[in-house]
Design a protein around this ligand. Structure first.
Ligand code: L34
Length: 287
């Protein structure tokens, strides 16, 4: 049976580290780091993630404000809000929770955020720095995954990391992070059009599933002894739960955990790590 990588526990370690650093700053007279979160529309999952971010911020001594807007807000208004946050010296980090309503151009909004406040690492300048290997903000979910591997003592150097999913928030930045000097993995990125996906996945020492489809990763895709990282957070109907649904990842957890050496659960895996890295980035932005 695979060893369970406990994202809740590891994220608590990181949160404690951020908390200590924030306390040290305030002891030297500096104000608390400040994170501005923009939430547009009523997507229940987004609302839940943003709530988690606000709560975690408070716990470590980071001030945050969640600014919520109706889904009907215009793109111009959103750009105005971002410009005000860019100019506001009391704001260290700006995060616009994705996805946005269809009438708002996501890339335009991301581009408007000052790179100095881009705690998501989504701005083209931040992404460029990541690709080149320069220091800067870390993409939260990918860096959360790397932290899980490091803190679990999993070797990445020379290992074959197969990523299933090519999104701008997970697949692409994770590929770049895993390639970085010091992490040194060999990376393959698969996606919905990949031929022989199972065959490629089976070659992975580290298999990362980020496609957003429940049970996409089946037993035949997992090499015995592989490390399996499940980024998916899917809501599936479940009458037996009070909320009417339960969360499942992209991996057939039962089957994969009979083969994997390590596996992450959903919930309690990558999700909490994403939030922990966001706090690290906000602290960095304040510095
Ligand atoms: N701008 N948009 C922006 N930045 C981000 O970093 C995100 N992401 C992704 C979606 N859109 C974004 C998040 O915040 C995904 N994501 C995220 C953050 C936290 C959690 C999941 C996804 C999380 O805390 N998950 C919990 C369960 C939460 C629940 O019960 O709903 C977990 O244990 O996995």
């Amino acid at each position: 049976m695979a060893h369970l990588i406990d994202g809740k526990m590891l994220s608590a370690q990181i949160r404690d580290e951020v908390k200590a650093a924030v306390a040290l700053r305030s002891a030297s007279g500096k104000r608390a780091p400040y994170l501005a979160v923009v939430l547009i529309g009523e997507d229940p999952a987004s609302a839940s993630y943003v709530k988690g971010k606000a709560k975690a911020s408070t716990e470590v001594g980071i001030d945050s404000d969640t600014m919520t807007y109706d889904a009907s807000i215009s793109e111009a208004e959103v750009l105005d809000i971002i410009e005000r946050l860019n100019q506001d010296e009391s704001v260290d980090g700006i995060l616009v929770q994705l996805p946005l309503p269809a009438h708002i151009d996501e890339q335009k909004v991301i581009h408007a955020i000052s790179p100095a406040k881009d705690v998501d690492c989504f701005h083209p300048e931040s992404v460029g720095n990541l690709v080149i290997g320069l220091d800067g903000f870390q993409p939260a979910t990918p860096a959360g995954i790397v932290e899980m591997l490091k803190r679990t003592g999993i070797e990445t150097s020379g290992k074959h990391c197969v990523i299933i999913g090519r999104s701008n928030i997970v697949g692409k930045p994770l590929a770049n992070l895993m390639l970085k000097k010091g992490i040194d993995a060999t990376v393959t990125v698969c996606h919905s059009r990949t031929s022989n996906l199972a065959e490629i996945a089976r070659q992975a020492d580290i298999l990362v599933a980020a496609i957003g489809r429940p049970n996409f990763v089946t037993k035949d895709m997992v090499k015995p002894g592989a490390v399996v990282i499940d980024v998916g957070i899917n809501r599936v109907d479940d009458e037996s739960r009070e909320r009417g649904y339960r969360l499942v990842g992209d991996v057939d957890f039962e089957a994969a955990s009979t083969l994997a050496s390590h596996i992450t659960p959903v919930p309690g895996g990558v999700g909490p790590m994403t939030i922990a890295v966001l706090l690290q980035n906000t602290l960095k932005a304040a510095k």
